[in-house]
Ligand binder design. Structure first.
Ligand code: HEM
Length: 492
């Protein structure tokens, strides 16, 4: 690693001085925590220096790109969209996720799509992709509307029906519950209650693993027989056991149904994966543990990301009443009687632009990491020896005035009127769902969910900002508001 770092510094890359074992991790966490504890003055979408103060300060001090050390891994923080396109797409086969980057993911959800590289990754991706095709997702519309209906009822009870009545609601927490409900239903259909138990277990596991991560510069800490580790191991066994029993029940039910049904395993995500894994004509069968790990992956990748998007979208609509009105008018035009048709969702252009602009200003994933798996040269001349870590600072890139113009920190959904590639000076500067072969596999599901939820909420309520709201976006797995999002909600 020392040789590798010397080779990077030899090319003129500079960065903050690392400390023994921890590299720059402690300073990054410390800076982010200090910003979070301080909060922001007023509502501004110019949030890079607040959410990623390390990136804002070090890119000014050391230039772009700059060099950090994550524990023992030297990482280049890359800002230039051409280099990012090479890493994610053009030279895709030369970049993967390093063991160090994946340690937490593998401990948490095992070897699913997010945590795999190489041939294993491409096998999983080809088995899973058909489950996310638009036509199959449309079958999930009623799951999404049913879950959202429960939230509409809950808020209606709280707000009351009389005209002019307005109540403060902390929407972020409720939207997290809604997104968990949606992912439980879309993943497990009628077995969603068992699915919910799994997801509650995963939430606790995440908390325990973060505690464990704080000691991760002690070598082998994860393997020591500590009380914390025993708790983690037990919980992991329970979660996997529940998922395995679900899979076996489905297999028995499918064997009974035989050819009498077009989707004998069920038409939720679990059923579709089982169907593809068993009968999709793939040469290598999908083992049970792989399915277990993919179910956990959907939860990790699809829960907090979706709720982050929804919560920020409501905040932005509450603070931009003109866009709230435009979006509501569009929803009322295309869905006069509730959200009842998956085909028509594609007509929600304004809502679609609002979703993209929300993800640009408040991307759920604030950064992505890779490592070079071969000695590689980027077209700007930077040599990346094998094993070099790479950070792509999505948040910073999506707020860069040089790419997005002087209004980069303003909410202007119309910039997406002609799609993501025409929204700014570089066709690949929007990274909300990433791009290239590892583009978010759940993008279609996430956008469909966001459209359904926003449409139903706009049909039923109007939103204004509560004076109790304090703007404090921060990274806690995803970018979310540290103290929730308080809105004044009125029934319409
Ligand atoms: C607003 C919601 C979402 C956002 C913003 C989002 C964003 C992203 C991003 C940026 C990546 C690339 C990460 C990387 O390469 O390091 C990704 C990958 C992924 N996402 Fe999403 N995601 C969302 C919803 C979902 C949903 C609902 C699911 C599934 C149910 C999902 C499943 C995945 C998976 C499995 C990957 C890994 C793909 C691979 O490596 O082949 N995501 N997502």
């Amino acid at each position: 690693m020392r040789k590798l770092e010397a080779a990077l510094r030899g090319q003129g890359l500079k960065g903050p001085p690392p400390i023994f074992l921890a590299g720059n991790v402690v300073e990054i966490l410390f800076r982010r925590e200090a910003a979070r504890n301080k909060g922001m003055d007023g509502i501004s979408h110019d949030i890079v220096a607040h959410v990623s103060p390390d990136v804002a300060a070090w890119s000014k001090l050391y230039g772009k790109p700059y060099l950090i050390r994550w524990l023992s891994e030297p990482r280049v923080v890359v800002f230039d969209p051409d280099s990012i396109r090479e890493i994610l797409s053009k030279q895709f086969d030369k970049f993967e996720k390093s063991e160090q980057q994946l340690e937490f993911v593998l401990d948490f959800i095992g070897a699913g799509l997010v945590g795999l590289n190489g041939n294993k990754w491409s096998h999983h991706r080809s088995v899973l992709s058909p489950a996310f095709h638009t036509q199959r997702l449309k079958a999930m519309l009623s799951s999404m509307t049913n879950c959202t209906e429960k939230l509409v009822e809950k808020w209606s009870r709280r707000v009351g029906h009389a005209k002019g009545l307005e109540t403060e609601v902390e929407v972020q927490q409720d939207l997290k519950r809604l997104a968990a409900d949606v992912i439980s239903h879309t993943s497990f259909g009628s077995n969603y209650e068992k699915g919910e138990r799994v997801f509650q277990g995963l939430t606790l596991l995440g908390v325990l693993l973060v505690r464990c991560f704080h000691n991760s510069w002690l070598p082998f800490f994860r393997y020591l027989p500590t009380k914390l580790n025993f708790q983690i191991w037990k919980l992991r066994r329970e979660i996997d056991g529940t998922l395995l029993s679900l899979i076996r029940e489905r297999r028995i039910a499918a064997a009974k149904l035989g050819e009498r049904s077009s989707h004998p395993y069920g038409s939720d995500l679990l059923g579709l994966i089982l169907e593809e894994g068993e009968t999709g004509g793939k040469s290598v069968k999908f083992p049970e543990q792989a399915i277990v790990d993919e179910c956990k992956t959907f939860y990790l990748a699809g829960h907090e990301t979706s709720s982050s998007l929804l919560a920020w979208a409501l905040l932005l609509l509450a603070t931009h009443p003109d866009w709230q009105e435009k979006a509501r008018a569009e929803v009322q035009q295309h869905f006069p009687n509730g959200v009842d048709d998956g085909e028509t969702l594609s007509k929600l252009k304004v809502v679609g632009m609002i979703i993209l602009e929300t993800l640009r200003l408040y991307p759920a994933a604030g950064e992505m990491n890779r490592a070079s798996s071969h000695d590689t040269v980027l077209s700007n001349g930077i040599k990346l020896p094998r094993g070099t870590g790479i950070t792509i600072p999505i948040l910073s890139l999506q707020h860069d005035p040089e790419l997005w113009g002087p209004d980069a920190n303003e909410f202007r959904p119309e910039r997406f009127a002609n799609g993501t590639t025409k929204a700014c000076k570089h066709p690949n500067a929007f990274l909300g769902f990433s791009f290239g072969p590892r583009v978010c596999i759940g993008q279609g599901l996430a956008v469909m969910e966001a459209k359904v939820v926003l449409a139903m909420l706009l049909q039923n309520f109007s939103f204004r900002l509560s004076p109790n709201y304090r703007h404090n976006p921060t990274v806690q797995i995803v970018i979310q508001s540290f103290t929730g999002i308080q809105l004044l909600v009125q029934k319409i």
